[in-house]
Design a protein around this ligand. Structure first.
Ligand SMILES: Nc1ncnc2c1ncn2[C@@H]1O[C@H](COP(=O)(O)OP(=O)(O)OP(=O)(O)O)[C@@H](O)[C@H]1O
Ligand SMILES: [Mg+2]
Length: 339
């Protein structure tokens, strides 16, 4: 009863940290390195949050933490206000069902020796043991129709390799929704499919969000698709395992506050060559990619930041709030200072 009245975020992450152990190539070499650093996020029912960051910054690791596939070293994860790992080391079954993960590689995610029928049967059966076979099959077909695979009967007895990448992504969506989730974490769901099909998968996610009121966390390295899907939602910009800026997408586009966000926005290609020529250069010191293992004290973006000073290289950089955005930067950059 209490849960029905709960109005807050469906998932909250509070100062979540994850580190991995890296073994060396010679004897006696072993090192912990910090992948996610002090991640705090709130996801509300039915909202869309895009998590954007460059390759290797920890996006998939964060997706795994949110879906309960990876337990953080420290920090709290709350599901509907209750701590997920309080009683179980793997989180409760309810949480596992309510929060689904769709991974980038649809081929690896689907067992190649199972037909679509078998792949969709199992989660529906597990979710409700009282269903008859007829009811299960009806639901399977309804889910295939919902994700745009019609006529559904044609797909049921195919194997994953007989489908295209876009169709396999839709099967993953059909499998995820059969557990009636409240949140779907989609990790780069369109990066392995044809550009021409990407929009239709993004539109499918928007539709599932609206029609089934499922909150989506869309993980990507591509700001353009994030802008499209989260146009009415929120965005978190990640850099080397930290969230640098967290706000509504509209606020981020009209008033980017972190120097890294500004660099990201100016790196998005503009189709008109005239406008592109007039645009300012990407405002960063170096194009070299930094690595998580080399992260030092202070702001991890400081080595590439045009505005960095001595104080940016020390300690933990706190978040500051500006226009309902959380920004992990000590500087309040004025317009005229923009690169
Ligand atoms: N199980 C693991 N053991 C050790 N290191 C790992 C493990 N999983 C990920 N890492 C490391 O953690 C860092 C972040 O990886 P992650 O896959 O989360 O990045 P990502 O942002 O999803 O990258 P991409 O955009 O390429 O998918 C990388 O340096 C990666 O090598
Ligand atoms: Mg990844």
């Amino acid at each position: 009863m209490e849960k029905e009245q709960y109005q807050g975020p469906i998932i909250s992450l509070d100062k979540v940290n994850v580190s991995f152990l890296k073994r060396g190539f010679t004897l006696g070499q072993e090192k912990h390195y910090h992948v996610l650093k002090d991640i705090s996020l709130d996801i509300y029912p039915g909202e869309i949050l895009a998590i954007v960051g460059e390759s290797g910054c920890g996006k998939t690791t964060l997706g795994k933490v949110i879906t309960g596939l990876l337990k953080p070293d420290s920090g709290k994860i709350l599901f509907q206000g209750e701590e997920v790992y309080k009683f179980f080391s793997t989180g409760s079954g309810e949480y596992r069902k309510a929060v689904q993960f769709i991974q980038q590689d649809s081929y690896a995610a689907l067992n190649p020796v199972r037909t679509i029928y078998q792949l969709l049967y199992a989660p529906i059966r597990a979710n409700d043991k009282s269903l008859t076979l007829e009811q299960i099959e009806k639901e399977m077909i309804a889910n295939l129709v919902t994700v745009g695979l019609t006529p559904a009967e044609q797909f049921l007895f195919k194997y994953p390799h007989q489908l295209s990448g876009g169709q396999r992504q839709r099967i993953l969506m059909a499998r995820a929704i059969s557990l009636k989730p409240k949140v779907i974490v989609a990790d780069e769901p369109v990066s392995m499919i044809d550009v021409s099909l990407r929009l239709s998968i993004l539109n499918l996610m928007s539709r599932l969000n609206k029609e089934l009121n499922i909150a989506f966390i869309y993980i990507t390295h591509d700001l353009a698709t994030a802008r499209y899907i989260a146009r009415n939602g929120k965005i978190a910009v990640m850099y080397l395992g930290e969230i640098m800026e967290y706000s509504s997408l509209q606020e981020l586009l009209t008033n980017p506050k972190h120097p890294y966000t500004r660099a990201l926005l100016s790196a998005v290609p503009v189709p008109d060559p005239e406008i592109a020529r007039k645009m300012k250069k990407i405002p960063i010191k170096t194009m070299d990619l930094m690595n998580l293992e080399h992260r030092k004290d202070g702001c991890s973006f400081a080595p590439r930041c045009l505005f960095a000073t001595e104080e940016c290289l020390k300690g933990n950089i706190p978040y500051r709030e500006e226009n309902q955005a959380e920004v992990r930067c000590l500087k309040k950059i004025k317009e005229e200072n923009q690169g």
